[in-house]
Design a protein. Structure first.
Ligand code: ATP
Ligand code: ATP
Ligand code: MG
Ligand code: MG
Ligand code: ZN
Lengths: 231, 276
């Protein structure tokens, strides 16, 4: 069973002021089976992040379909789904950890993770307990839990972002360079976490520049330049 | 969440200053007809606001944002178009067909408004407490003691000290006036808040306070908010979905992050890129 099928996805950006069309990814075809973990590799600027952003609909796809098999909504084309449907799926089913870490201003690390749960209807006390567990799992120092992440280091922000996305236990998880700015110990931690998620049948797509590190966790690797899976 | 009906639906709202002429359609310069000088301040706007969501409206000065908001709060009567509210006649009746008694009821209990200009939203010479009491009375309160307590509670929620509740807003700073407006708008827990540039003209630390407050309101009461701002940072922080207005029209709408990361319309691109 496939949870995600991407057919002929293409994305370009038209910049009015420059009168310029920037082509990002073109004719992407891929399928993700339920519980599978696909790694995406490719050169900088090849369009890797663009694919994930199209799935997340932070970018509007130009061509093609992104068919997602939703628990609640059945088969749905994320390229054309309504805003309300996308908001629903982001809240309950699809998680996304971005390459560049945007944090909510004036929200403490703990609140940020709690908000993800409270959006799903979890009551405050339970949200707090689960948020703390998640922050502890990613070894974010307790001193940082109750302050604004504006002053966090790159790795600390990333761990917060991971906690924010994973606390919801999404069915489909997208990860854009989730190990990029981490030290080796933390990288191993993230890998273990992803392995756990995989054991629980979470379907995942991740972009990695050091794909070797993910060996044994990723089932298949997709090279975007050639538009095909590589072994 | 998916089957919920909108709290408010607006369809083909139009408000023009002037009679219009046969040339209007092809002769508009921005929102103004070069031939007959009619101003098409709000020009065929349709949108829905869903339960618990913040819908952002951005757009340049003069694009019709305040005209839209003030029409919804009955300050202006539109030329044509309709708006319905889930909590008024089950969404079956155009609010601009409401009687004046019904309009008062809608303004007191279904919608709360915070004006861009506090002079429009507050009685500057009455005390902060009486400003709020007026709303409570409008919703049927009669007991003076209870009203005082409730006013104190509402003002405390926006961090106005109870010791100052008997003072008139004319003595307050701009940020305090906006906060009194907000507590007034919240007085009867309306389903929908209309916020027109609530942070404009406030200094940064006060802005942050007001924004925090709006976030808390959203989280705590699950109210729907129609939020007008020309400040994309405010929109990014608060809005789930965003519409972009230009010359009285909606030129683009979408999820807020999509509008900011992948803007389609030339004007939106200008707006977003001028930030970076
Ligand atoms: N919002 C945007 N507006 C205009 N062009 C964009 C936008 N986002 C991406 N692009 C362009 O699309 C191309 C692919 O970008 P993308 O971010 O997907 O690359 P990537 O493979 O993730 O690269 P990296 O490994 O450096 O993160 C680039 O040429 C980029 O400039
Ligand atoms: N009485 C009037 N007669 C003619 N034109 C008017 C009148 N009142 C407002 N306008 C015009 O209607 C348009 C919309 O004004 P509005 O106040 O709604 O803009 P806005 O989007 O709220 O702008 P801002 O960001 O500056 O607050 C403007 O072009 C304004 O000049
Ligand atoms: Mg990238
Ligand atoms: Mg205005
Ligand atoms: Zn004309």
């Amino acid at each position: 069973m496939d949870i995600l099928t991407i057919n002929h996805l293409g994305k370009s950006f038209y910049l009015h002021q420059a009168g310029l069309e920037i082509k990002s990814c073109q004719n992407i075809n891929l399928t993700l089976k339920k519980g599978e973990f696909i790694g995406i590799v490719g050169l900088s600027g090849a369009g890797k992040s663009t694919i994930l952003k199209c799935i997340n609909r932070s970018y509007l796809p130009k061509q093609g379909d992104i068919i997602y098999d939703s628990e609640r909504l059945g088969l749905i084309n994320l390229a054309t789904a309504s805003e309300r449907e996308i908001l629903y799926l982001r809240r309950y089913e699809i998680g996304y950890v971005s390459q560049f870490l945007n944090i909510m201003p004036r929200t403490t690390a703990k609140e940020h993770v709690m908000n993800a749960l409270m959006d799903m209807g979890v009551v405050m006390e339970n949200a707090e307990t689960e948020a703390k567990e998640m922050l502890a799992y990613f070894r974010l120092p307790e001193d940082l839990w109750d302050i604004y992440p504006a002053t966090f280091s790159g790795g600390e922000r990333l761990r917060l972002n991971l906690a924010h996305a994973l606390v919801k236990k999404p069915r489909l998880l997208m990860l854009d360079e989730p190990t990029a700015s981490l030290d080796n110990n933390t990288k191993i931690l993230v890998r273990d976490m992803l392995k756990n998620l995989k054991d629980r049948h979470t379907s995942m797509i991740g972009i990695f520049h050091d794909i070797e590190f993910m060996e044994g966790v990723c089932d298949r690797v997709f090279n975007i330049l050639e538009g095909v899976f590589v072994s | 969440m998916l089957n919920e009906k909108p709290v408010m639906s607006i369809r083909n709202l139009l408000l023009r200053y002037g009679e219009g002429c046969p040339s209007c359609r092809g002769s508009l310069e921005k929102n103004r007809c070069a031939v007959c000088k009619t101003v098409w301040a709000v020009n065929d706007i349709s949108l829905d606001v869903y339960p618990g969501e913040v819908l952002g409206i951005v757009g340049e000065s003069g694009s019709g944002k305040s005209t839209l908001m003030r029409s919804l709060y009955f300050d202006f009567t539109p030329t044509s178009g309709c708006a319905t509210l889930r909590d008024y006649k089950e969404g079956q009746k155009n609010i601009w067909d409401a009687s004046s008694a019904e309009r008062r009821m809608i303004k007191n209990t279904i919608m709360g408004m915070v004006y861009q200009n506090p002079i429009l939203g507050l009685r500057m010479n009455y005390s902060a407490a009486s400003n709020i009491a007026e709303k409570l009375i409008g919703a049927g309160s009669r007991h003076a003691g209870q009203m005082t307590l409730r006013a104190a509670e509402l003002l405390e929620a926006v961090e106005i000290q109870t010791s100052r509740m008997c003072e008139a807003p004319k003595n307050f700073s701009g940020g305090m006036q906006q906060r009194v407006q907000i507590s007034k708008a919240l007085a009867n827990r309306p389903a929908l808040l209309l916020l027109d540039e609530v942070t404009t003209g406030l200094d940064l630390s006060v802005q942050a306070k007001v924004l925090d407050l709006i976030r808390k309101i959203k989280a705590r009461y699950g109210m729907s908010i129609l939020l007008v701002s020309h400040d994309l940072a405010v929109i990014r922080m608060l809005a789930d979905r965003t519409v972009v207005m230009l010359d009285g029209k909606i030129v683009e709408s979408g999820l807020t992050d999509q509008i900011l990361e992948d803007p389609q319309h030339e004007y939106t691109q200008q707006l977003v890129h001028s930030l970076i």
